[in-house]
Design a protein around this ligand. Sequence first.
Ligand code: SF4
Ligand code: SF4
Length: 132
Amino acid sequence: MATPKEMLTTWDEVQFGAVLPAFEDPEHKKRSKFHSYNYTVADWRVEKPVFNRELCIDCDFCWVSCPDSCFLVEEVLNKRGKKQAKIVGINYNLCKGCAVCVEVCPTPIKSLLMFPEYMDNEEALKQWPKKD
Ligand code: SF4
Ligand code: SF4
């Protein structure tokens, strides 16, 4: 049997029971029409998370924690040659603005912050808190 350490592989190979419950055949699993897999609640959002690539350390906590699988990732190799998910953005067609991603982001100055829905992302990035 694999040890917990052996079960923690790369982001796209998380093993059954290690961190996330695995879905069997996600395409055909029966879900209510209101399940987030079938139904977008993005138009409920009054605030949106904005992502700051400059501060992100690619810990993937937001990717794991987001209830609507909103995080867009690119597969890259880290310094040790291991596959890693690089966060590249947020799918606003799925995001409901719950702010869970902001809560879990561990960087000293958050790499994700909530801003009013109407605000342009470039403007939000200009308003980001700076180091003292
Ligand atoms: S605000 Fe909620 S739904 Fe939107 S990206 Fe963050 S965790 Fe996902
Ligand atoms: S939780 Fe924060 S630091 Fe970690 S990957 Fe997401 S945005 Fe980047």
